[in-house]
Design a protein around this ligand. Structure first.
Ligand code: ASP
Length: 431
């Protein structure tokens, strides 16, 4: 849809304005409006909750059908299993590598800032902790094969959906014209889901405003004070990863302009930030990479959902800093061997973290257990985790997008002219 009045800002700008206004509105409600029926029940848990979560659910509704169809179309377009295998291996190696870099960076930053030294633990409100049981690597791998693909789809099990969809896509490519009805069905259904994504995005400014306002109305800023150093360390490491490490990798492997990448990808980061959900960001990420950066859906339909499921660099960063923080707060010393263990287990934990809010905190217990830190330590950071969850989700999905761009570039599945087209920096994929 074109704006008749050229002065009207694009949807991207409007989303960012809503994000900031939402934070102010929420904080104002928290500090200036007294508790009561109107504030708490009608505004925060009524309007904000319903509109914000309504928008989020509408985005989530699109994820499974969209990933399923676009992945079938993508693997059908690639066709041969050799190329698919090459793309797959490259993507997985890249994901593991960036996660290990992320944790090492987090451990480095945390040891510079020393967030837990001199902390008065009694000043922090403790919450109840939930812990995660580690599943064995063998079972994790086996679980990729769905016993019942319909159940995998119904449960939104991303790895099972990816497995089944790629299988169908490859066989459809082999059958060629003899299965054109089925192939056309998936292509057309995929287009339909894309249209639906655009339609839902039209209400994004309102949805984003309500989600952010509800968060800030609930926590305010007081809870943050004793935790400022911890939060600062996590945020610094996240920034370094998102705007340093990734952009250097992009430049080295593709020579593309990182600033242009960031400008074009910013709305997707804003969306991930407001929802704290990698999964719900998948449709928008695929569409933005396609329309604004020329990255073929052949690649992104596979790498983006896979990344949203297994590549959680932002989560790994929070876990790395949390380890140092809690060790310092409880006066425990970590040996070099402990640090190596943390790098290994946090990489595994980030693979096991689902792309939905707060799961990174639950898988953190695996990392704590591996080096003998008290799991109660998680209760210290729980109260302020939401804001970090939002930020790390933005980094999680940026890592997926950078990797996707690099893999697509190397596979020659990318239209560089679209990437270099400056016009689209300020418009969203859905403007
Ligand atoms: N909320 C994160 C995501 O969806 C996962 C986490 O770290 O809790 O990417």
């Amino acid at each position: 849809m074109k704006n008749k009045n050229k002065k009207l800002p694009g949807l991207t700008t409007v989303i960012f304005i809503s994000l900031i206004l939402g934070a102010f509105a929420g904080a104002a409600l928290h500090y200036l409006v007294p508790e009561g029926y109107i504030r708490d029940t009608v505004i925060i848990n009524g309007v904000f909750y319903v509109v914000g979560n309504g928008f989020l659910r509408a985005m989530q509704m699109l994820v499974v059908p969209l990933v399923f169809c676009s992945l079938i179309c993508g693997s059908m377009a690639i066709g041969d299993t050799k190329t698919l295998g090459k793309v797959g291996v490259k993507t997985i190696v890249f994901y593991l590598f960036t996660t290990a870099v992320a944790i090492s960076l987090a451990l480095g930053v945390a040891n510079l800032i020393n967030p837990g030294i001199g902390l008065d633990i009694s000043s922090i409100e403790k919450a109840e902790t939930t812990t995660a049981e580690a599943t064995s690597i063998a079972d994790t791998l086996l679980n990729i094969i769905p016993k019942n693909p319909i159940q995998g789809l119904a449960e939104g099990n991303m790895l099972q959906i990816i497995f089944f969809a790629i299988f169908i896509g490859i066989l459809l490519a082999k059958r060629g014209d003899r299965a054109s009805t089925v192939a056309d069905f998936f292509v057309q259904f995929n287009d339909l889901m894309m249209d639906m994504t655009m339609a839902v995005m039209k209400v994004a400014p309102l949805g984003v405003f309500c989600l952010i306002a509800k968060t800030f109305a609930g926590i305010g800023f007081d809870a943050f004070l004793p935790m400022l150093k911890y939060m600062g360390a996590v945020l610094l490491a996240l920034l370094l990863q998102g705007f340093g490490v990734y952009q250097i990798l992009l430049k080295i492997f593709t020579g593309l302009n990182p600033i242009r990448f960031i400008k074009k990808f910013l709305p997707v980061m804003g969306f991930a930030f407001s929802t704290a959900t990698s999964n719900a960001t998948i449709p928008l990420s695929i569409e933005t990479l396609d329309k604004k950066m020329g990255v073929s859906k052949k690649i992104s339909s596979f790498t983006v959902p896979l990344g949203a499921t297994v590549n959680m660099d932002g989560t790994a960063i929070m876990q790395g800093v949390a380890v140092v923080f809690v060790a310092q707060a409880f006066h425990m010393t970590l040996t070099p061997m402990d640090y190596l263990t943390v790098i290994a287990t946090a990489t595994l934990a980030s693979i096991g973290t689902a792309g939905v809010p707060s799961v990174g905190l639950i898988t953190l217990s695996m990392v704590f257990n591996s080096v003998g830190l008290p799991v109660e330590g998680i209760a210290l950071i729980m109260g302020i985790d939401r804001i970090l969850d939002m930020t790390r989700t933005a980094i999680n999905i940026t890592g997926d997008a950078v990797c996707t761009t690099i893999v697509a570039y190397q596979d020659k599945s990318m239209d560089i002219e679209v990437f270099n087209d400056k016009k689209q920096e300020k418009t969203a994929a859905f403007d």
